[in-house]
Design a protein around this ligand. Structure first.
Ligand SMILES: C[S@@+](CC[C@H](N)C(=O)[O-])C[C@H]1O[C@@H](n2cnc3c(N)ncnc32)[C@H](O)[C@@H]1O
Length: 262
């Protein structure tokens, strides 16, 4: 990993460790929450026999859902040691230790043998990585032939406005997002077939409304000022308003994509 990429991964991992993130977003750090995770797992044909890899698993909420509801065995990896510890503790508390394991790894350098998994998932994170092509190649490499990839992420229909093009825009997965067609081409380049992409823009409305409500609540306390957010992030409420109008004018949307390793 280059120094700049390592810095972005560390900064992003550090940000997603802050308690304020869970307050704003809820337990799942992606639009659509566990409802969308369920849909993604369904679309990726996860079954009780599946060995699933969840790359950039955050606090492990999706891994727990997939283990508990689909009966699959789930390996989660992330760059944040703290979130991995939270994921391990929560899985243990939920009685899911035998179905889940969590380990620290970068998405662009996965420490797994080839053909280890039936399904590889990645939620709201592909646009964060140093190279989406490398991450997709890695996800392809660890899949068994016939295995499926499933991911959800932002897509762009227009260039992002300057206000969303900084560090906050990057860690929100918006700034570096490609178009829906860009994802299709990237999946193809990585060797996937039977690519299916569906827009799930409803998830963004829900997420923005939730964050607005939470920001209003937090504004009555000193929680936001003391949250430990980097100072160059600017005003989160303003960034959210800019994101909302960018989405409303059709500049960005959210999608799920599935494909198969031949
Ligand atoms: C938006 S959160 C999504 C977390 C989880 N997938 C979810 O939906 O709840 C992004 C996650 O990517 C992780 N991350 C960032 N860069 C990474 C990298 N290069 N390799 C692995 N994880 C990374 C962060 O630590 C964070 O947990």
């Amino acid at each position: 990993m280059s120094d700049a990429s390592q810095n972005l991964a560390s900064c992003c991992a550090g940000l997603y460790e802050l308690p304020i993130v869970e307050q704003l977003l809820g337990e799942s750090f992606h639009p659509g929450g566990i409802k969308l995770t369920r849909r993604l797992a369904d679309a990726s044909l996860v079954s009780p026999k599946s060995a699933v890899l969840d790359v950039a698993c955050g606090n492990g909420s999706s891994a727990r859902l997939i283990a508990a509801e689909f009966g699959a065995t789930v390996t989660g990896c992330d760059y944040s040691a703290l979130n991995l510890q939270r994921a391990t503790d929560a899985a243990q508390a939920a009685g899911l230790s035998d179905k889940t394991q969590f380990l620290r790894a970068s998405a662009v350098q996965l420490p797994f043998a080839p053909e280890s998994f039936d399904v590889s998932l990645c939620e709201c994170s592909l646009c964060l990585f140093e190279s989406m092509d490398t991450a997709l190649q890695q996800l392809h490499f660890v899949l068994k032939p016939g295995g499926r990839i499933g991911f959800s992420d932002f897509f762009l229909n227009a260039p992002v406005p300057d206000s969303l093009n900084g560090l906050l825009g990057k860690v929100l997965c918006v700034a570096n997002a490609p178009s829906a067609e860009g994802y299709r081409e990237a999946l193809s380049r990585a060797g996937f077939e039977f690519i299916r992409i569906r827009s799930v823009n409803w998830t963004l409305t829900d997420m923005i409304q939730r964050i607005k409500r939470q920001l209003k609540l937090l504004a009555t306390t000193s929680a936001l000022a003391n949250a430990g957010l980097p100072t160059d992030f600017g005003d989160p409420a303003q960034t959210l308003a800019d994101l909302e109008s960018f989405i409303a004018t059709g500049g960005a949307g959210y999608l799920i994509a599935t494909a198969r390793r031949p």
